[in-house]
Design a protein around this ligand. Structure first.
Ligand code: AMP
Length: 186
C-alpha cells in the first residue's frame, strides 16, 4: 500500500515513472492530464469545457478538476493506494486535497518533486509531439508551472512530506530511487 503525489514541471517524467510504480504496487495511476485528454477526445461536457485551456497551456479551472479528483478518489480501486500525477497544481487544489483525504481517512506517504532544468524540459517536450507541445504553448506551460504550481514545493516542505528526485537522470536510475523510497515507507 502506497499513496504518492508526483509533483514537477511538464516533461519531468512524472507520467513514465508513475506508470512503473503503479504496476509494481498494483495501484491506480491517476493522471488528471490523461483523464482530461480522454474527455476531450470523447467530447464530454468536461472535455468541451477543458479543451481551450489545455490547448493554450493554461490550467483548467480548479472547480472542474476538484470534482473530477473527488469522484476518482471515491472509486473502490483507490482503497489499496494511488499515485496522483499532475494533481494538485495550485495551492487551492492542494488545500482541497488535504480535506478530501482527511474525509477518506487517508494520508499521502510522500510528495515526490521531480527536478529538471527548464532547458532540458523544453527540448524533451518539443520531441514529444503532443498537440499541446508547440514551442509557444510549452513556454506558457512552464511559466504557468513556475507561477502556480512551484509554490506547492514550499507547501509540502512545511508539511515534511516532500522528497526531491533529480529528474535529469536515466529512467532506470530514477525508478530505482523511487522503489527504494516506497519500500522504506514510514
Ligand atoms: P499534463 O498531462 O499533466 O501535462 O496536463 C495537460 C493539461 O491538462 C495541462 O496543461 C492543463 O491544461 C490540464 N491539467 C492537467 N492537470 C491539471 C490540474 N491539476 N489543474 C489544472 N489543469 C490541469
Amino acid at each position: 500500500m502506497v499513496r504518492l503525489i508526483f509533483l514537477g514541471p511538464p516533461g519531468a517524467g512524472k507520467g513514465t515513472q508513475a506508470q512503473t510504480v503503479a504496476q509494481l504496487y498494483h495501484i491506480p495511476h491517476i493522471s488528471t492530464g490523461d483523464i482530461l485528454r480522454s474527455a476531450v477526445a470523447e467530447k464530454t461536457e468536461l472535455g468541451l469545457k477543458a479543451q481551450t485551456y489545455m490547448e493554450a497551456g493554461e490550467l483548467v479551472p480548479d472547480q472542474l478538476i476538484l470534482d473530477l479528483v473527488e469522484a476518482r478518489l471515491n472509486q473502490a480501486d483507490t482503497k489499496t493506494g494511488w499515485i496522483l500525477d499532475g494533481f494538485p497544481r495550485t495551492v487551492d487544489q492542494a488545500t482541497f486535497l488535504e480535506s478530501l483525504l482527511a474525509g477518506l481517512q487517508q494520508t499521502c506517504d510522500y510528495v515526490v518533486n521531480f527536478e529538471v532544468p527548464d532547458e532540458v524540459l523544453v527540448s524533451r517536450l518539443l520531441g514529444r509531439g503532443r498537440t499541446d507541445d508547440t514551442e509557444e504553448v510549452i513556454r506558457n506551460r512552464l511559466e504557468v508551472y513556475h507561477e502556480q504550481t512551484a509554490p506547492l514545493i514550499g507547501f509540502y516542505q512545511e508539511r515534511k512530506q516532500l522528497v526531491s528526485v533529480d529528474g535529469d537522470q536515466p529512467i532506470e536510475l530514477i525508478n530505482q530511487q523511487l522503489s527504494n523510497l516506497t519500500q522504506q515507507k514510514p
